[in-house]
Design a protein around this ligand. Sequence first.
Ligand code: COA
Length: 334
Amino acid sequence: MAREKKYNAIITALGMYFPDKVLDNKYFESIVDTTDEWIVTRTGIKERRMIENGATSDLATGAAKDLMETHNVKPEEIDCIIVATVTPDMLFPATACIVQNNIGASNAWGFDIEAACSGFLFAFQTGCSFIESGQCKKVLVIGADKMTSITDYTERNNCILFGDGGAAVLLEPTEDKSLGLQDYILRIDGSGEKYLNMKGGGSLNPPTHETVDKKMHYIFQDGKAVFKVAVKGMADVSFELMQKNNLTSDDVAYLVPHQANMRIIDATAERMGLNKDKVMVNIDRYGNTTAATIPSCLVEYYRAGKVKKGDKIILSAFGAGYTWGSTLVVWAID
Ligand code: COA
């Protein structure tokens, strides 16, 4: 999409926070009818993290503090905080407000975005718009979820998939149009609502004894149905974004896929013609952390020295809604 932009939005700092407690596949063997072998072959997950004392704001705050400490960013410099999450501390106030207070970002405004597993991409796009228009100079975009708070640990299909975590990026402007956000394709399709949702606790089914008895405060997922559309959605949109920008697989340095299932990741990479070494993966250690998957991959690969200035990186996700999309970014940090 050709758009007149004053600036390009670039990532200038990154941070992440994962709690210490590990839930490995052996643990799941002890609580539901499953095996380490089944989980690894069907999902690629070996372990995930769980926050024992704390909420999503603690994961988000941990990520923000890690970012500020490692990149020497002062809280009062931040103009705007956007938190992508499906597990806000409370329905209101926004988790962004709690983070703002925790880190002392005295000059910031902010809000939450809910787009499930695509949350980081939608929040990233929103943050970039504030930078591109010149409205903000420093936007903190955080993806954080305490998925263990909405997971039914008696249900083997879903409980093995999810974990807790948070990760953040800082967006700033540059006049160099060859860097930062270049293009995106984002989509929603509400006809997918019935396959992946949490029915209780909102205005449709306010919490009652009955909603709790019916386990409506947990994730509901028709895994097989979601799997099929996730594969198609992520692969199609990533391929379309490459075509739209005349990119071959040689041009793409990395795919950063949402980490829901290793088989979905592999199918997306295959459609894009990318070898495994061009795909960022941390699903084996953290499982599906919803809004935190993409930014935490970026943090880990950046810190391992695997990303360099000028690299063309495609971020891609699929999640409840349905929501999905792909975003093309050129890495700007030396
Ligand atoms: N351990 C052992 N067996 C399990 C199991 C587990 N943890 N979970 C499911 N099974 C069983 C099923 O009961 C089924 O048994 P049956 O054939 O006797 O009925 C069998 O394994 C196959 O189930 P199926 O649902 O076809 O497995 P799958 O290969 O599709 O994998 C998911 C299940 C949930 C891992 C997979 O569907 C998935 O990843 N879905 C999409 C998740 C996603 O991307 N979400 C969107 C973004 S959040």
